[in-house]
Design a protein around this ligand. Structure first.
Ligand SMILES: NC(=O)c1ccc[n+]([C@@H]2O[C@H](COP(=O)([O-])OP(=O)(O)OC[C@H]3O[C@@H](n4cnc5c(N)ncnc54)[C@H](O)[C@@H]3O)[C@@H](O)[C@H]2O)c1
Length: 341
């Protein structure tokens, strides 16, 4: 069965392609390489010993998007990862985010409708919850005001798909990821950042390896046990496998409505300082860090209730925060060895 993966050379997309190929799906990957390189293509093929088609196109270009979808209209589904995802960048340049993330989504949905592709999986984010009033958040927890333009594009994206689903037969799943971290256990695939990191784990590993001088913890005065923000860090390979399960769930018609939502988190809240200490403990590396001012766009604390995904998709996390830190460190060292970036 063929599946189209957009944003497939990115961090989560590339790990998901590995999981799909290992589960005997045929993969067609689309990415404009705006935020990635071609490196993951070779790494995926090395890990899986399988090949897949790659198209370098911008999904904001409707005609080019339609041309690829038409060639692969026999696909059983599309997994749509492609988007810009950097919270501070979206705060500084909101129009870039509304244009890229929403025009690409609209083109994909129009293409799905035009070419009759039956199943759709969308990358959403826990940022849709904003500063949730009660924790852990369930899929029914109401949205609060989006803390950034990025989060707002995910709220709007979900609403577009929900309206689309009322008048189309496409079956959709919206996956709300918490904080994906770590790398493939092979050590040859991981997150490749073209710019300075904004997420904690690459920030940690780049500091430990000496690419960055010092790590700043954004805010030490939040209403949390140690004053730093609390997140639900989930291994990228666990997130990746959830996509394979979500697609199978739709293909096997196990869905209860034609647009369902699932949280993808471990269910455990871990503070930024706890994550730093987990890295230090598992790798034996001492980290040079300081606690600084809060950063615009960050929510104070969030973690998931993941019972719905666990029951319906039969999805269970295989990795913990220590596994994630070790694999991320292995990957950072591999990038240095290969002189990637
Ligand atoms: N990584 C996270 O922390 C996180 C958390 C929650 C949700 N998400 C969402 O998951 C998805 C994947 O995230 P990621 O971490 O893999 O990001 P990423 O930046 O590594 O990958 C996204 C990929 O999409 C591509 N892309 C962007 N705009 C495109 C366009 N117009 N046309 C074609 N390709 C385009 C980029 O080149 C990149 O390769 C995104 O939608 C993101 O918002 C990520």
């Amino acid at each position: 069965m063929k599946v189209i993966v957009t944003g497939g050379t990115g961090y989560i997309g590339s790990h998901t392609i590995v999981d799909l190929l290992e589960n005997d799906f045929e993969v067609v990957c689309i990415d404009n390489l705006a935020r990635s390189t071609k490196y993951p293509i070779g790494a995926i093929e090395q890990i899986t010993e399988k090949k897949f088609k790659f198209y370098q196109i911008d999904l904001c270009n409707k005609q080019e998007t339609f041309d690829v979808l038409e060639q692969h209209k026999d696909a059983v589904g599309i997994i749509h990862f492609a988007a810009f995802k950097t919270v501070p960048e979206s705060v500084a340049n909101p129009i870039l985010y509304y244009n890229n993330n929403l025009i690409s989504l609209n083109n994909i949905l129009e293409g799905i409708q035009k070419f009759g592709i039956p199943n759709f999986v969308f990358s959403s984010s826990c940022s849709v919850y904003g500063n949730a009033k009660a924790l852990p958040v369930t899929e029914e927890t109401p949205f609060q005001e989006a803390e950034s333009a990025y989060a707002h594009t995910k709220q709007i994206g979900e609403q577009i798909i929900q309206h689309y689903s009322k008048v189309n037969t496409t079956k959709s799943i919206l996956l709300r990821y918490f904080n994906p971290v770590g790398a493939h256990p092979s050590g040859i695939l991981g997150e490749m950042l073209l710019n300075r990191p904004d997420n904690l784990v690459p920030y940690i590993t780049q500091t430990a390896i000496g690419k960055l001088e010092q790590l700043t913890v954004f805010g030490g005065d939040y209403d949390t046990p140690d004053g730093s923000c609390v997140r639900d860090y989930i291994h990228v390979c666990d997130i990746a496998h959830a996509h394979t399960l979500a697609l199978k769930y739709l293909i096997e018609n196990q869905n209860h409505s034609n647009c369902e939502i699932f949280n993808l988190g471990t269910g455990n809240g871990v503070s930024v300082l706890e994550a730093i200490h987990a890295f230090e403990k598992t790798t034996g590396q001492k980290l040079n860090y300081k606690v600084g001012a809060r950063r615009a766009g960050d929510v104070e604390k969030i973690y998931a209730n993941n019972e719905k995904a666990s029951k319906a998709l039969k999805w269970h996390c295989q990795y913990n925060i220590e596994d994630a830190m070790l694999s991320a460190w292995k990957w950072e060292n591999k990038m240095k060895e290969l002189a990637l970036l």
